[in-house]
Ligand binder design. Structure first.
Ligand SMILES: [Mg+2]
Length: 377
């Protein structure tokens, strides 16, 4: 069996809400949630679908860079490759776009990785979770992302989300540090016992991170995501000596070799797993296996994933038994998508799809309605 064709569909999905990071809004309703959907067809006609989820204010990849990488470099490199040799597929992609600290344009590579996993699972008639060989959970609980400029707004968002059935709340901090304790306290109160954790997306310096960690700990927080810039390793050492919180690394750990390095330095207690940042399922499962073996807390995360990335993440997170609510906030922000049938949910719990592969079906007519011309053929 060989990969015969790769088609890349740049799209913009309509949005219903904005997500603001410390560097500003990553996606806005006027441009939509942009992604490149990838369709891979094997020489026997089996098809697999995958997707990139670029978030330029989170990392340096864009829709245009993903499309260029996929059409000009990664696609041609994997045509003719046996899709069951997924390690070899990554080796071919890595020869074209070299890994450095991250796997080298991981968000572009993730789409191809996800599509090939979908394809081989469809060929075998099994779910992606079965391919991963672990059924620790049959569903994952979604967290509500709370990104607010004031404690009042944060409380209102959390109350509304609690009424909608959310029991996990990730709070964006670091926009205006002087307000952060009040915002986190307001979320904790409105969450009524739900799990709350802050994510600073590298937004603090070390002195602020130490002070905020102590304040959050007094509020009852137990885990704090990516307080410091990725480059401040010495700061991370100081912070970890100064706080009882579990410091979860997100932007700091982008690959298995990086995780290994942090483990050797005894600098990692928790990591956020995102399919996009690590280059897809193949690398994510290596990282999850290493983390579990080392006793590192895994938290599920994403990059406002549209449905294909969302579905792949649900299979992975359920396979690894992620017991904390996961930050897959695509459904919170994306108003319309290209699936033939909506993703199966029970309240705010995403059920692992039971069909082969990712278990979701792309409606190509719907997909074409969201097409975007990015000028790269
Ligand atoms: Mg994060």
């Amino acid at each position: 069996m060989k990969i015969a064709t790769i088609e890349v569909f740049p799209i913009a999905l309509p949005m219903k809400a904005v997500l603001t990071l410390p560097r500003g809004a990553s996606h806005t309703p006027d441009v939509g949630r942009r992604s490149s959907v990838v369709k891979i067809t094997a020489d026997d006609g089996t098809v697999g679908w995958g997707e990139s989820m670029p978030s330029p204010r989170w990392s340096a990849e864009t829709l245009e860079s993903c499309v260029a990488a996929q059409r000009r470099y990664l696609g041609p490199a994997v045509i003719g490759h046996d899709p069951f040799d997924i390690a070899g597929l990554h080796a071919r992609m890595d020869r074209e776009l070299a890994p450095l600290f991250d796997p080298g344009q991981p968000i572009a590579k993730a789409a191809i990785d996800i599509a090939v996993h979908d394809l081989v699972c469809r060929k075998l008639g099994i779910t992606l979770q079965s391919w991963l060989g672990a059924k620790r959970r049959g569903s994952v609980q979604l967290a509500r992302l709370v990104s607010a400029g004031s404690a009042e707004d944060a409380a209102r968002i959390t109350r509304d989300a609690h009424a909608q059935g959310f029991r996990g709340f990730k709070v964006k901090v670091g926009h205006a540090p002087e307000k952060d304790e009040a915002i986190v306290a307001a979320v904790i109160e409105a969450a009524q016992g739900g799990y709350v954790w802050p994510d600073a997306n590298q937004g603090y310096d070390v002195e602020t991170a130490i002070a905020k960690s102590r304040a959050f700990e007094r509020l009852g927080i137990t885990l704090f995501e990516q307080p410091l810039p990725v480059t401040d390793i010495a700061g991370l050492q100081r912070l970890m000596r100064s706080t009882g919180l579990t410091i979860a690394l997100d932007e700091s750990v982008l690959s298995a070799p990086m995780l290994l390095d942090f483990l050797k330095r005894d600098l990692v207690q928790g990591i956020a797993i995102k399919l996009g940042k690590v280059g897809g399922i193949h690398h994510a499962r290596r990282i999850c296996d290493m983390a579990q073996a080392a006793g590192v807390r895994l938290i599920g995360s994403g990059l406002m994933d549209p449905p294909l990335g969302f579905a792949a993440s649900v299979h992975l997170f359920a396979a690894y038994g992620m017991d904390l609510p996961v930050d897959l906030n695509g459904p919170q922000h994306i108003a319309e998508d290209y699936l033939a049938a909506p993703f199966a949910m029970r309240g705010q719990e995403a059920l692992v799809p039971e069909g082969p592969g990712l278990g979701v079906t792309v409606d190509e007519a719907k997909l074409s309605r969201f097409a975007l011309d990015v000028g790269l053929r």
